[in-house]
Design a protein around this ligand. Structure first.
Ligand code: SAM
Length: 236
């Protein structure tokens, strides 16, 4: 998987790949990352990439020329470049998107800053437009990283133990049951006793129940979807 990041702030993104799982994935040749700075493509004599909004109003936006030049040059070199714009006005990014996008060869994330990006850039180049949550961040670097991290976990070989993927939150679609470690009792709080008896069928059943309760409490929206799917699966 090749991730390209279009950003004014390469350092914000590059540092994330200097540790842990994604660092190892790069070392193993499973991931490759590159960076493109819009300032290197601007024809503005002072190197500007932002300007006032045509409509008036507060804040600046990326004007089209540098991003058109930059994205055209990426497309020229990489015919399979799949271009994603993180923006609060995109569709919600989900685990299903992460799995689906893990099958792409080359994804380009275009990070906005200021009040965002001239819409003509998005209309011309976007394969998809995603929001990572109902809040506004200062730039697209974190959303780009959030999406690339979630996608990377689904690229074959990146995780040490791929079995863990199938029991994780959002798969059923339910949240994962609470996890416990050692010791069995810590500051008067104990691990559920069933977990310590070694009966795997009972442990699985208890985990499923906990998972359903947790989802019902924290994510009633997911729980309703699970109930519909579950009754459909039983009928079908
Ligand atoms: N004026 C924009 C709006 O109200 O929708 C917000 C622009 S935001 C300050 C600057 C950039 O941060 C956006 O262009 C986008 O790249 C990124 N961004 C901020 N919040 C985001 C979110 N929740 N999801 C995805 N991208 C986000």
């Amino acid at each position: 998987m090749h991730f390209s990041y279009v950003t004014l702030f390469e350092g914000l993104i590059a540092s994330y790949f200097e540790d842990s799982i994604l660092k190892r994935a790069i070392a193993k040749g499973l991931l490759h990352v590159s960076f493109f700075n819009p300032r290197e493509f601007t024809t503005h004599k002072h190197g500007k990439v932002d300007d006032y909004q045509a409509s008036g109003g507060a804040g600046l936006v990326f004007f089209p020329q540098p991003l058109f030049a930059l994205l055209r040059s990426i497309q020229k070199k990489s015919s399979n470049a799949y271009i994603i714009f993180p923006t609060p006005s995109g569709k919600p990014f989900t685990q299903n998107d992460a799995k689906r996008l893990a099958k792409k060869e080359h994804i380009v994330f275009v990070s906005g800053r200021y009040e965002g990006i001239d819409e003509r850039v998005i209309e011309t180049f976007a394969d998809e437009v995603f929001c990572i949550g109902d809040y506004v961040l200062t730039g697209g670097e974190l959303p780009s990283l959030v999406m690339s991290d979630a996608i990377s976990r689904n690229v074959k070989g990146v995780l040490g133990n791929e079995d863990s993927l199938s029991t994780e939150s959002f798969e059923q679609p339910l949240l994962e049951a609470p996890c416990f470690s050692k010791p069995p009792i810590y500051e008067n709080k104990s691990v559920p006793s069933e977990f310590l008896k070694g009966n795997h069928a009972k442990i699985t059943s208890l985990k499923n129940t906990m998972s359903e309760y947790k989802t019902q409490y924290f994510r009633p929206d997911l729980f309703s979807r699970f109930c519909v799917k579950h009754s459909y699966d039983k009928k079908g």
